[in-house]
Design a protein around this ligand. Sequence first.
Ligand SMILES: [Ca+2]
Length: 309
Amino acid sequence: MKKGSRLSIVFILICFVSLSLQVNLAAFNSDDEKVKAYEMAYEIQDLNARRTLIKNIVIGNITSLEQVQAYIDNFNNADSDNDYYNPVVGLSGDSLKDGLSMLIRKHVSLGYSAARKFMYREIDNEDGAVEGVYTGRVFPYESRKKMNFVDTEEFDEAARETRSKGFLNCEHTWPQSFFNKAEPMRSDIYHLYPTDSDANSRRGSYPFGIVKTVKWQEGDSKQGTDANGKRVFEPRDSHKGNVARAIFYFSTCYSKRLDSYQENVLRKWHESDPVDDGERARNDYVHTLQKNRNPYIDHPEWVSKISDF
Ligand SMILES: [Ca+2]
């Protein structure tokens, strides 16, 4: 892109970022600094989605890169909360579940576009690539670029139609059809994961279970019928515990009951695929955005303290 047109985008974008955020381009010495300001303004655009979380941060007129950086640092430092679980310490059974429900229900919903943007660009992005949780297929996703294989608000509709399968999209571990795509459930990242679109549609809204007769299989995830002939979806082993804790979170947060079949399967998976560092890091990251946590990642032992989800 030519520098002249790039700079005009700078101005438009910065105006778009926020009415209350004004970057005075004239204050920057060189074109390079102006372009850098544009890059940082882009970052602020993401941060801006979180702006409502921290009401005491006032965005003034920004005239230097240092001020922009300080603004970003303020966001990143405002998230620690060591006493998060204090209100439920010592509780068990239904009291624990109800207490956790009150605690985690109070959170910020980013909206579906921003939630996916954070997920693909940052939370689940490893060196410019995002892995589909069911198949393990890796999708290149370079930050700040429109990627045709990724289903975001920028996703090209024509590309979607010509690629009926094989793009990266968003799995709702608790199926969207069960809550009519309503917010804040739809955008709650604790049960959202990047997936291969094909695997996502194979999962559909089937319950999770152990597949005995395979109808579809890829990357060790399967869809088919279980020992009783019931149609189920079985994620690969490394994602089984993540699914269990996502569902326990959702059930607790939104007071949705699990049938005993589903609960038994997920309790086993919670044990067989325990919490790992990657899941803990994801919990920390989502906390900075939503201001709540998945308690079953922080305290896996609480699952057995609750007799009935
Ligand atoms: Ca796992």
